[in-house]
Design a protein around this ligand. Structure first.
Ligand code: ATP
Ligand code: NCN
Length: 202
């Protein structure tokens, strides 16, 4: 594995939380810890994306977002990585395929907040993503109910695991997904950016 790629060996279960992390916040930490425990994962990778393909506004520079995320974290099981930029992929379907090719034998689980499940059917090749990796969805204020009724959730409903089987997710062959409830965190990067802009209008 080339320098700069996070280490992982065959058999490891790795939860990948892709995001803009603009900036990272305690909500990311909370859902990562919860996901690690609940889905029986060895590590969580915060995969800081060069940019969300569905968002028109570009985020802060990648290295600044990575540095801020590392400053926030004090947990050796959560790894901040720019692996998506290193792989040169932008769309999650390509990123997952490249990760699985680059790390044979590693069991990846895609993690996302319930807000992302609501619009998951708009992602590029979302059915391919669902067919290639188990998905753990973490409830988020304002989208938990909508997520349950989202188009992608409806289409994938027969592959949904009940919450009590969440611990099996990483070992399930995809498609497999679960929506788990957790003590919800209202934190969001949008709110943090808005507060900063108020303090520093220039
Ligand atoms: N408070 C939260 N509860 C549950 N999931 C969250 C929470 N904050 C972020 N996530 C999830 O973490 C992933 C990365 O989130 P992201 O970096 O976009 O932060 P964000 O707070 O959603 O940012 P923004 O407000 O700019 O959309 C996404 O899957 C998102 O749904
Ligand atoms: O591949 C897509 O079409 C796609 C569309 C929207 C979001 N994503 C990914 O979802 C993750 C969360 O995005 P964001 O902007 O909510 O932080 C991040 O890894 C994005 O690259 C991916």
């Amino acid at each position: 594995m080339a320098t700069g790629f996070p280490l992982a060996h065959a058999g490891m279960r790795i939860g990948v939380l892709g995001g803009s992390f603009d900036p990272a916040h305690c909500g990311h930490v909370d859902i990562s810890r919860f996901a690690k425990h609940r889905f029986g994962l060895d590590r969580i990778w915060w995969m800081v994306s060069p940019g969300n393909p569905l968002k028109s506004r570009g985020p802060a520079p990648l290295q600044d977002r990575i540095a801020a995320a590392r400053r926030l974290l004090h947990d050796p099981d959560i790894v901040v990585t720019d692996v998506e930029a290193r792989l040169g992929t932008r769309m999650t379907a390509d990123t997952i395929a490249e990760l699985q090719r680059s790390y044979p034998g590693v069991r990846f689980v895609w993690l996302m907040g319930s807000d992302n499940l609501v619009q998951f059917d708009q992602w590029d090749r979302w059915r391919q993503i669902a067919a290639s990796v188990p998905i753990g969805v973490l409830s988020r204020p304002g989208s938990r109910v909508a997520a349950r009724h989202a188009p992608a959730a409806q289409i994938m409903r027969r592959w949904r695991l009940p919450q009590f089987r969440a611990g099996e997710l990483a070992m399930c062959d995809p498609p497999a997904w679960v929506l788990v409830n957790l003590p919800m965190s209202p934190q969001s990067s949008t709110a943090i950016r808005a507060a900063r802009n108020k303090l520093n209008p220039d």
